[in-house]
Design a protein around this ligand. Structure first.
Ligand code: ZN
Ligand code: MN
Length: 141
């Protein structure tokens, strides 16, 4: 499953003339394996040991590239840092205000008319904030 998903992404980029490097592949693979919405820094730290030559710039540039081609989604939930999601389907996220993790809620985002009130709606940015299941359990304990 994982391999298939990665090779689907790779062949799409190859068709579009994007050159593959070990480092680009590693970023894509990391995102495929870590579905907890890592930041660029998380990815960099996660790959540094295995790929000592990788730089933050390479990670950022690769994320931009993957984003441009619609292979990953950038989540703007925190002002100071973006998170990345290999799952590009429409789904709402929950940010836990206790542990700071970002979870999938498994529900579609609310729908808004493309011409609400005569405006042109181009994008709906929507996420939930609360306390995650794990943190609630600790609260209750
Ligand atoms: Zn939490
Ligand atoms: Mn997600």
């Amino acid at each position: 499953m994982k391999k298939e998903e990665i090779s689907r992404c790779m062949s799409l980029l190859a068709e579009r003339g994007v050159r593959w490097t070990v480092q680009r592949y590693a970023v894509l693979e990391y995102l495929c394996e870590h579905r907890d919405h890592p930041t660029a820094e998380d990815i960099y730290r996660g790959l540094k040991e295995r790929l000592p030559a990788i730089s933050r710039a390479t990670v950022y540039n690769t994320l931009e590239l993957l984003k441009e081609h619609g292979l990953v989604k950038e989540l703007v939930i925190e002002k100071e840092r973006a998170r990345y999601d290999f799952d590009t389907s429409e789904h709402v996220h929950l940010k836990c205000r206790v542990c700071g993790r970002v979870y999938d809620l498994g529900v579609p985002p609310p729908s808004v008319s493309a011409e609400a009130e005569g405006h042109r709606v181009e994008e709906l940015v929507c996420y939930a904030v609360g306390v995650c299941r794990g943190c609630r359990e600790e609260e209750g304990a």
